[in-house]
Design a protein around this ligand. Structure first.
Ligand code: ADP
Length: 393
């Protein structure tokens, strides 16, 4: 079941497409391979403008998968291509084992879809809308829709035409959470909702995941993705810029600290430093030493001590080099980003002359900034794509 939208190239609003009930509960059809959703080099252009470019990703059964990106990043384009609502310029996709270009009805039978701009029959009241959709969908469950509406504190007696934007969003959510399809695709599900209701919607998403359903969720609210998703893909100007599992994210930390006395910041790497390779480290240490030598007329002993200390900063122990990135914040504090086990990093830090040390989880916000504003904490952009023949139905 997919709710209609106002997009010009979407299928007619009503009736909502229905067919036989999904013949699989939440598992994967045999012909589907390992992924519930798979795209390979999926692209969509409008004239010269590319809305989605070479997007390859996989979503596993039961995974709650987030799509993150600013407005215009291509999230909706990707989702609509998955539902067969638009024809990709190139590339392929499979949803529950079906190619949306070949068998869109089979795809939509397995998917409950909340569009970003859902359209509902304006002449009906809320209860009537829920009854209507529960009746026409073979796996519709009015009781579930009513329970969701109640949890969202929606007044079902009001006609859609007289509902606020937030009320309509709640109603659309109650419709979409009704049938137990194996896949749930939610485009900005918490848009126009107040914080309490947002929390309730996220609970429903988590419950779907606990039921073993596969969820794709687009949002630009980072905390919501952090709270619900197992994995997240970052879209940027139509490109899949980065993918990350939440378990990896939760292993990342940022250490921010002051040094006992100001160190010379390398002039060529302001606030954007990664783990330094040995050549760069030598140069940086040399330039820092040179700068500190000119900065203060210290005694030779003091200069030597300062040189040692700076060298200690830039000399990340070899066993930590692959997981530690050292840089500077604009206020002059040192910034050390770590991935993986903190224990060995703490050992190294304890040997450095640091004060006011703060350690906190890196968080999605920092990664998002990396992806979108070019901070260097970005890692590779996800798994390699299958060949197109792998994706073929
Ligand atoms: P998001 O969902 O991430 O906000 P969209 O996928 O809706 O982004 O849009 C991606 C880009 O494609 C945007 O720049 C949007 O203006 C453009 N776009 C979407 N649909 C069309 C269309 N039918 N014709 C031209 N450009 C479009």
């Amino acid at each position: 079941m997919t709710l209609p939208t106002d997009r010009p190239d979407d299928p007619p609003a009503l009736p909502v497409e229905i067919s036989a009930a999904p013949d699989i509960p939440y598992g994967l059809p045999e012909h589907c391979g390992q992924a519930m959703v798979r795209t390979c080099r999926l692209s969509k252009s409008y004239g010269n403008f590319t809305a989605l470019s070479d997007c390859s990703l996989e979503v596993s059964p039961g995974e709650i998968f987030g799509l993150l990106g600013p407005n215009g990043a291509g999230k909706t384009t990707l989702i609509r291509a998955l539902l067969g609502h638009l024809h990709p310029t190139s590339g392929k996709s499979l949803v529950a084992g079906f190619d949306p270009q070949v068998d869109p009805v089979a795809v939509r039978r397995h998917v409950a879809y909340l569009p970003g701009d859902a359209r509902l029959p304006r002449h009906m009241n809320g209860k009537g809308v829920l009854e209507f959709f529960a009746e026409i969908h073979p796996s519709g469950e009015l009781s579930r829709s009513l329970a969701v509406a109640e949890a969202l504190e929606l007044d079902l007696s009001r006609r859609v035409a007289f509902m606020s934007t937030g009320m309509r969003q709640k109603l659309a959510l109650a419709v979409v959470f009704g049938p137990r399809t194996p896949i749930l695709i939610l485009d900005e599900p918490t848009a126009n909702l107040d914080p309490t209701v947002r929390g309730q919607v996220l609970e429903e998403v988590l419950a779907a995941g606990r039921d073993g359903r596969t969820v794709m969720l687009s949002s630009h609210v980072l905390s919501e993705i952090e709270q619900t998703c197992v994995r997240v893909a970052f879209l940027r100007r139509g490109h899949l810029a980065h993918q990350l599992t939440m378990s990896d994210l939760f292993q990342r930390h940022r250490v921010v600290a002051r040094t006992e006395s100001p160190l010379q910041q390398p002039t060529n790497r302001r606030s954007k430093t990664t783990a330094l390779d040995s050549e760069a480290r030598k140069k940086t240490t040399a330039s820092a030493d040179a700068a500190s030598a000119t900065a203060s007329p210290a005694t030779p002993d003091a200069m030597a001590r300062r040189g040692d200390r700076e060298a200690a900063f830039w000399e990340v122990p070899s066993e930590l080099r692959s997981s530690v990135e050292v840089g500077w914040l604009d206020d002059g504090r040192i910034r050390i980003d770590t991935a993986g086990d903190l224990q060995p990093v703490l050992g190294w830090l304890s040997e450095l002359p640091l004060v006011d040390v703060r350690i906190e989880p890196l968080g999605l916000h920092a990664v998002y900034r990396s992806v979108h504003f070019g901070d260097e904490a970005v890692v590779s952009a996800g798994p390699p794509c299958s060949t197109s023949s792998d994706v073929g139905a």
